[in-house]
Ligand binder design. Structure first.
Ligand code: NAI
Length: 247
C-alpha cells in the first residue's frame, strides 16, 4: 500500500469550485496531481480560478440544478481533460428561515441546488465510471444533515437527502468499483458563513472541541483521503469534519 496520495492521471470535476470549500478542494486535488475541472455558474470566474491553478485544468460553467447545463459542462470538461474519475458534489447554497416564513421558492432553490444537482452530476458520470470499473464520488453534506438545525429545515433536508443518496448510490455501484462517500463539515469559514453575527459565532465556537472554526483546507484533507488509494475499503460513509462540534 502506498502511503502517499498521488492522483496523477485522475480527472476531478468539482462543482462550486470558484471559491470557498470547493476552491480549497480543487486546489488540493490539483496539488496531488489530478487534472481538475473548475465548475461555477459564471464561466469567467471558473476560467480565472482554472488559470490560477495552472496546467491540467479547465473552467466550465453550469447551474447544477439544470440537467442540460450539467451534461454540457461535463462533456466540455471531458473533451479537454479526459474521462472524469473523481466527482465532488460541493455546490450548495442556503436560504435560511424559520419554517413558518420559509417560502416554497426557498425550499425549491435549496433542494434543487444541493440535492437534485448531485443527482444530475452523478447520473452524468456514473455510466463512464461503471464501464471503467473505477470512480470516486464525494458529496459535501453538512453536520446539520445529521443533527437538524433551527431555521434551516430546507438546508438540513437537502443535506440529509444527500446522505441517503450517497448510501443508495454506494450500494448500487460498489460491485462496479465506484466508491461513494460524504464529507459532512461543521462550521467552516467561507462566504457562506461570513454573515453570521459575532455572538452566534462565539456560541458556535464554544461547542467546538478543537477550539477553532474550520477552514476550507480542513475539508479538502478529508476529500483528498476519500479520493485516494488509502480509501479503497470505504464506501457509503459520512466523514464528519467539524473539529469535534458534534461528538
Ligand atoms: P460558498 O457559498 O462560498 O460556495 C458555494 C459555491 O457553490 C459557490 O461558488 C456558489 O456559486 C456555488 N453554487 C451554489 N449554487 C449553485 C448552483 N445551483 N450551481 C452551481 N454552483 C452553485 O459556500 P461554502 O461554504 O464553500 O460551501 C461549499 C459546500 O459546503 C456547500 O455545499 C455547503 O452547503 C457545504 N457546507 C459548508 C459549511 C460551512 O460552514 N461553510 C458547513 C457544511 C457544509
Amino acid at each position: 500500500m502506498s502511503t502517499t496520495i498521488d492522483l496523477a492521471g485522475q480527472v476531478a470535476f468539482v462543482t462550486g469550485s470558484t471559491r470557498g470549500i470547493g476552491k480549497g478542494v480543487a486546489s488540493a486535488l490539483h496539488r496531488a496531481g489530478a487534472s481538475v475541472a473548475i465548475v461555477g455558474r459564471d464561466i469567467a470566474q471558473a476560467q480565472r480560478v482554472a488559470a490560477e491553478l495552472g496546467d491540467r485544468t479547465v473552467g466550465v460553467a453550469c447551474d447544477v440544478a439544470q440537467n442540460d447545463q450539467v451534461e454540457a459542462a461535463i462533456a466540455a470538461a471531458e473533451s479537454v481533460l479526459g474521462p472524469i474519475t473523481i466527482l465532488v458534489n460541493n455546490a450548495g447554497l442556503t436560504r435560511d428561515n424559520l419554517l413558518i416564513r420559509l417560502s416554497p421558492d426557498d425550499w425549491d432553490a435549496v433542494l434543487n441546488a444541493n440535492l437534485k444537482g448531485a443527482f444530475h452530476t452523478t447520473r452524468a458520470v456514473i455510466k463512464g465510471m461503471m464501464k471503467r470499473r473505477a470512480g470516486r464520488i464525494i458529496n459535501i453534506a453538512s453536520v446539520v444533515g445529521i443533527t437538524g438545525n433551527k431555521g434551516q429545515a430546507n438546508y438540513a433536508a437537502s443535506k440529509a437527502g444527500l446522505i441517503g443518496f450517497t448510501k443508495s448510490v454506494a450500494k448500487e455501484y460498489a460491485s462496479r468499483g465506484v466508491l461513494v462517500n460524504c464529507v459532512a463539515p461543521g462550521f467552516i469559514e467561507t462566504d457562506m458563513t461570513a454573515a453570521l453575527p459575532a455572538d452566534a459565532r462565539a456560541a458556535l465556537l464554544s461547542q467546538i472541541a478543537l477550539g477553532r472554526l474550520g477552514q476550507p483546507d480542513d475539508v479538502a484533507g478529508a476529500v483528498l483521503f476519500l479520493a485516494s488509494d488509502l480509501a479503497w475499503y470505504l464506501t457509503g460513509q459520512v466523514l464528519v469534519v467539524d473539529g469535534g462540534m458534534v461528538i
